[in-house]
Design a protein around this ligand. Sequence first.
Ligand code: F0G
Length: 415
Amino acid sequence: MGAELLSASEGWELACIGCGSLAETELPDSRCRKCGDLLEIAISRDVGGPALFLGNGPGIWRFRQALPFPPGIEPVSLGEGGTPLVRTKRLASSVGLDKLYAKNDGQNPTGSFKDRGMSVAVTRARTLGAKALICASTGNTAASLAAYAAKAGLYSVVVVPRAGVASGKLGQAFAYGARVFGVEGNFDQALATVFDLVRRDERFYLMNSVNPFRIEGQKITAFEIYEQLGRVPDYVVLPVGNAGNISAIWKGFKELRKSGVVDSAPSMMGVQAAGASPLATAFSTGGDFKPLKEPRTVASAIRIGNPVSWKKALRAITESGGRAVVVSDDEIMAARRRLAEDEGLLVEAASAAPFAALTRLKLPRGATVVCIATGNGLKDLSDHGGEQRIESAVDGQSISNLVGKGLSIAGTTLG
Ligand code: F0G
């Protein structure tokens, strides 16, 4: 693969989070050549301070000064980012908060936050001359990779657990033209298979969130939240699976602080499902991380036992004064239903986890809290809405009779 290196003279470097050494290139599995730890993109230049917000253009590329490319690069973009920040007042009052918001990343082009990072990483892949892109996935990364590879005219391969991926997500990957491979086992086995392949076959460029360019796209969420709120929130609450997004959003807030735009940063609250919570366990045991062999949860997107970015995520939580917590599957499904029925927000199960956690977190009433609604519920309606019973309508009168005299929702009569 022809290498276009990150240039220190342009203010970007690849730094190892373990040994701290600066790398010119990464290994095929996106790791440090010296010690094998994860890499991240370090910025040694001013990303623009307040001028960062004067850029124009849609979505994440509005902030291109903060993205690691030389000026003039043409992005591989489908219009990702720039998603709405929606105030959820009814939900807020039920969990004892005044200012609760949902960052609705399900409105990205393929329906999840993955598109932010994928746009940046596929743009990078194209500058490297990559021909074939690969990822392991619980579904959303697969859909996103397939779409951006299609847009860039590149070949895409996705590796998924053979069972348990939402049919809407798989359908997307097929529709965008990816080759889809299934492994017996869970996401962790799929990712191990992908690592094995990229180490053997240099035609494939790795697109999981160990790829530091993915993180750069996802960090833009922090800039958008700051701009939409007009301030930095006190808490950002989000689901944690492979642990890339929490690391990315924290990186964004740190860069904002470093650039002098703000002088504070939110506490990052990572939420995992009780049956798939290696990070929350590590947090509660003081940093002692142990992978979990058989992760189990209804939230298939975050059914992960060995999150590759656990170290970055723990660092984000500790540095920010945050916490890692667990919620049960029942709490996740109840929160998912409430979001839809009380707020008109249809999210997938994993994305309901942060809202479910609010009851447990007991944040101060006056705090400004942003939950990241990471993925669109349309991708996985299989387990939604309880009973889907279509009632028979013979004519208008029959509907009027069946509805009856009082229009009541959840015990409240509307009229
Ligand atoms: N929410 C959704 C909807 C996801 O799809 C994922 C991860 C997460 C949260 C967790 O984000 O991994 O950065 O901690 N989905 C990956 C995938 C694993 O393959 O689509 P994370």
